[in-house]
Design a protein. Structure first.
Length: 466
């Protein structure tokens, strides 16, 4: 297995090099040169594996044996030893056709922990084995930053800087980032929105001289290894639901709350590998650029809106280009043309035939604020289960898009305590887990910056050279 860019100007490179490159040097995103196919026999054999064992099996198709098996196993065991549930990502059943995949049992109570705990250990491994300085640079709409910091705080050879939009993440998300006091951590609170933060990250990674001189490494889902780590729980949850249905299960829908297209692209990758997936239901909020693409074939940002599900308050989805590459028949030249058009004109569209392909693979539903709150209230009343607002968007999308009798797995992406501002609007009071309650007593450490690239660069250079 080798890795290539969606824009065609990065030759075939290995697994560790792809991990360290993050954003491809030509500005594209790295993808495997071919998607491995998992046989029906192997799918059957995998049904009784533990989560950790399944990680090793799936990664074996992608790592080119560049990591000794005992080293990879040690990283996997260390990464998931921090989770509060022995299954890592347990599945819960609600009625005949709906299952929730709980992805919030990691140290920061969000699905990002599943990939970023592993990636933190992987960066530490590379830093030690290759004697490299690694300076992780990322942007967050809330959860990525906390998870990434948790994965690498205090580790030798690694520094991490996270950009987040001032006042546009939940209070718990902010505290999880800014109460970390380790000297290898820098939080930049940026005057702007997430797309501004993400745009600056991509610009800095595209500046190859700056990237090399400052040893930049990617933690956002532009890094393919993060996508790969998330693919595992699609397989794992399918197997759990299959066993709950006597081991005789056909296709299953997955409903995925997403703003950056990373988590749902992991589901798309699982489907391409051979997992029996029916609809991939894309759940979003009023920032519904992805819903409009799936319905109309037009990708164009609209007006940015602050919502009850801030982790999806994104207009420009950083992983969209990966899916575009496959929709266009892996035509890197056409991808490059369209992405250049998007940069200059702010809009791209695909052909009617390509749109038919998109609509055969995806359904989508944009959940407005009141529908989100109503879904939280309804689910609590009917099932005595409290959804966070992102997970509520996923459930609402199942209600809208799934046909009667279809089994759907909806991704519960965060613990509701992370978004108490929205929960309180439903009239529901919740108790915080002790780990979250303790955050409110800790001092914060962050640097406020204007939304200008030069101000961010000045802070980075000061931090990296300290």
């Amino acid at each position: 297995m080798e890795y290539i860019s969606t824009r065609g100007k990065v030759g075939k490179i290995g697994f560790i090099d792809a991990f360290m490159m993050g954003l491809a040097d030509d500005g594209g995103l790295l993808v495997p040169s071919e998607i491995p196919q998992i046989s029906a026999d192997n799918l059957k054999k995998w049904q009784d594996l533990s989560y950790q064992e399944l990680v090793l099996e799936i990664f074996s198709y992608y790592t080119n044996n560049e990591i000794p098996q005992e080293d990879l196993k040690a990283m996997v065991e260390a990464s998931y030893s921090t989770f509060r549930d022995p299954e890592v990502t347990p599945v819960r059943r609600f009625g005949d056709d709906l299952y929730l995949l709980e992805l919030f049992h990691g140290p920061t109570f969000a699905f990002k922990d599943i990939a970023l705990q592993f990636i933190g250990n992987f960066y530490s491994y590379v830093a030690e084995k290759q004697g490299k300085k690694i300076h992780i640079l990322g942007a967050t709409s809330g959860d990525t930053g906390a998870s990434a910091i948790q994965g690498v705080k205090g580790k030798e050879g690694i520094k991490i800087c996270i950009l987040f939009p001032t006042g546009k993440v939940s209070k718990v998300q902010e505290l999880q980032m800014t109460t970390v006091q380790d000297d290898n951590v820098l939080n930049l609170s940026v005057d702007g929105n997430f797309d501004d933060c993400q745009g600056m990250i991509k610009e800095l990674f595209a500046d190859l001289d700056f990237k090399s001189a400052n040893h930049l490494a990617a933690i956002n889902s532009i890094n393919f290894v993060r996508i790969l780590a998330q693919t595992v729980y699609y397989f794992y949850s399918y197997f759990q639901v299959s066993k709950a249905n006597g081991g005789n299960l056909g296709k299953v829908n997955f409903s995925v709350p997403t703003g950056n297209f990373g988590d749902i692209f992991a589901g798309y990758l699982a489907k391409r590998m051979g997992l029996p997936v029916g609809k991939l239901i894309l759940a979003t909020n009023e920032n519904n650029i992805l819903e409009r693409f799936i319905e109309e074939g037009v990708y164009m940002p609209g007006d940015f809106r602050i919502t009850y599900s801030p982790s999806m308050d994104i207009q420009v989805a950083s992983n969209f280009e990966r899916y575009l590459y496959y929709v266009l028949g892996e035509d890197a030249e056409e991808v490059s043309r369209l992405m250049a058009q998007f940069k200059s004109e702010g809009e791209i569209s695909i052909s009617p035939d390509a749109l038919k392909l998109v609509q055969s693979e995806f359904a989508a539903h944009g959940v407005d604020g009141q529908e989100c709150l109503d879904t939280i209230s309804k689910f609590k009343t009917e099932h005595d289960y409290l959804l966070d607002p992102h997970s509520a968007c996923g459930v609402a999308a199942v209600y809208e898009c799934a046909e009667e009798g279809e089994i759907s797995i909806s991704l519960a992406t965060a613990h509701p305590a992370k978004f108490d501002e929205a929960i309180r609007l439903t009239g529901i009071e919740q108790s915080f887990p002790p780990e979250i309650a303790a955050l409110f007593e800790k001092p914060q450490r962050q640097v406020l910056v204007d939304g200008k690239l030069e101000d961010v660069v000045a802070q980075l250079e000061k931090f990296y050279n300290a």
